[in-house]
Write a protein that binds this ligand. Structure first.
Ligand SMILES: [Zn+2]
Length: 76
């Protein structure tokens, strides 16, 4: 399945929607209700989850480093 953010190519309509189709070709041939073609402007949800995971891992690594420094200063 392909999911995309689409916007109407007619600037007076400017309808925006998210569509899901079985093939990329179907996405490209979708039509707005006003009769104009729709243009793909973005891909939702594709990169959102992996990015959130990377940020979370960095936060965990940073706090682990801080804990190690605290232990050293306690010993000194
Ligand atoms: Zn339209």
């Amino acid at each position: 399945m392909y999911m995309a953010r689409l916007v109407c190519s007619d600037s007076e309509c400017a309808e925006e929607l998210t569509a899901e189709t079985a093939t990329l070709r179907e996405l490209e041939t979708l039509m707005c209700e006003c009769g104009c073609g729709l243009e793909v402007i973005g891909w939702p949800d594709v990169a959102a989850e992996p990015l959130a995971e990377v940020v979370l891992l960095r936060v965990q690594a940073a706090s682990a480093g801080r804990r190690r420094r605290d232990a050293l200063s306690d010993a000194a």
